[in-house]
Design a binder for this molecule. Structure first.
Ligand code: ATP
Ligand code: MG
Length: 255
C-alpha cells in the first residue's frame, strides 16, 4: 500500500496544511491566450478526498484546466490551492499523466527506475520498487523492452505506474483510457481505483461515462471554459441541472 502521511500538513506553516484535508480550491482563475478567455473559474471548491471527474465537450477547456491545476501553466489571474498550499516549495506530491504518454528513450524498467531515482530513492529500494510497480502495471514481461515500442495500452499503464512511483497525494489524469481496447481500459481503471483506495486524490478528465460513473465521487462539468455544473456523480447522471450537461449526456448516451 502507498503511504500518504501527514508530512505535507506538518510542513504547512501558515500557507496551508493541517485541517485542509484534501481540499482543492480555485479562486478567480482566468486563463487567456491572445485576448481570448479560454478559462474563467471564479470559484470552485472540491472538499473531501474523493475522485473528481472533469467532463465536457471537446474544446471546453478540460486539458487546460488540468494543466493549470497541476501547475504546468500559470493562470493570468487567480490562484489554486491544494490542502491550502498555493504551490512552490512545500507543494504536496503530485503527478500528471497525459493522454499521449511521454516515455523516456530507454527500457520500461529504466523509465520507472528513473522516476524513483529523481526522488532520491536508493538503489537497493529502487530495484524492489521497480519490480512491484511493473507487476502492478502488468508489465513484468516487458521490463527490458524499449519503452517506446510498447503498445498504446501498455504505454498508458507504464505512464500511470511511473506516476504512482512518486506516491503522489494528488494525481491528474487526462483521458487515461482514451483509445484503449476494453481489456486495457479495465486494467487501467483497476490501477486508478487502487491508487484512489490507497489515498491518492485522483482528478480525471474523461469522456467515458461508465468510467466516470464507477470512479467519480464528484463531477465538474466544463462548458466554454466555465464550470457549468458541479455535482456528486449520481446526481450529475440522474438529474443534471444545466441544459449543457443534459444535452452532453443525451448525446453521449445515444452513441
Ligand atoms: N495555446 C493556445 N492558444 C489558443 N487556443 C488554445 C491554446 N490552448 C488551448 N486552446 C483552445 O482552448 C480550448 C480548450 O482547449 P482544451 O485542450 O483544454 O480542450 P479540452 O476540453 O481538453 O478538449 P478535448 O475534449 O478535445 O480534449 C480549445 O478551443 C483550444 O483550441
Ligand atoms: Mg483535452
Amino acid at each position: 500500500m502507498l503511504d500518504r502521511g501527514a508530512s505535507v500538513a506538518a510542513g504547512g506553516g501558515e500557507d496551508g496544511g493541517a485541517g485542509e484535508g484534501c481540499a482543492l480550491s480555485v479562486r478567480g482563475l482566468v486563463y487567456e491566450v491572445g485576448g481570448q478567455r479560454l478559462l474563467d473559474v471564479p470559484s470552485l471548491e472540491l472538499v473531501g478526498c474523493e475522485t473528481v471527474v472533469i467532463m465536457g465537450p471537446n474544446g471546453a477547456g478540460k486539458s487546460l484546466f488540468l494543466r493549470l491545476l497541476h501547475g504546468l501553466i500559470a493562470p493570468d489571474r487567480g490562484e489554486i490551492r491544494y490542502r491550502g498550499f498555493r504551490g512552490g516549495g512545500d507543494r504536496p506530491r503530485q503527478a500528471m499523466v497525459f493522454q499521449k504518454p511521454v516515455l523516456l528513450r530507454r527500457s520500461v524498467a529504466a523509465n520507472v527506475d528513473y522516476a524513483l531515482k529523481v526522488q532520491g530513492v536508493g538503489r537497493g529500494v529502487r530495484r524492489r520498487r521497480v519490480q512491484e510497480l511493473l507487476q502492478m502495471g502488468g508489465l513484468l514481461a516487458q521490463a527490458r523492452q524499449p519503452a517506446r515500442t510498447l503498445s498504446g495500452g501498455e504505454a498508458q499503464r507504464l505512464a500511470l505506474v511511473r506516476a504512482l512511483a512518486g506516491e503522489p497525494e494528488i494525481l491528474f489524469l487526462d483521458e487515461p483510457t482514451a483509445s484503449l481496447d476494453p481489456g486495457a481500459a479495465v486494467a487501467l481503471e483497476a490501477l486508478i481505483a487502487e491508487a484512489a483506495a490507497a489515498g491518492t486524490r485522483v482528478v480525471l478528465v474523461t469522456h467515458d461515462l461508465g468510467l466516470a460513473h464507477r470512479l467519480g465521487g464528484e463531477v465538474v462539468f466544463l462548458h466554454h471554459g466555465r464550470v457549468a455544473e458541479q455535482a456528486p456523480v449520481e446526481q450529475f447522471f440522474s438529474a443534471p441541472r444545466t441544459e449543457a450537461a443534459r444535452s452532453f449526456l443525451a448525446r453521449n448516451l445515444v452513441l
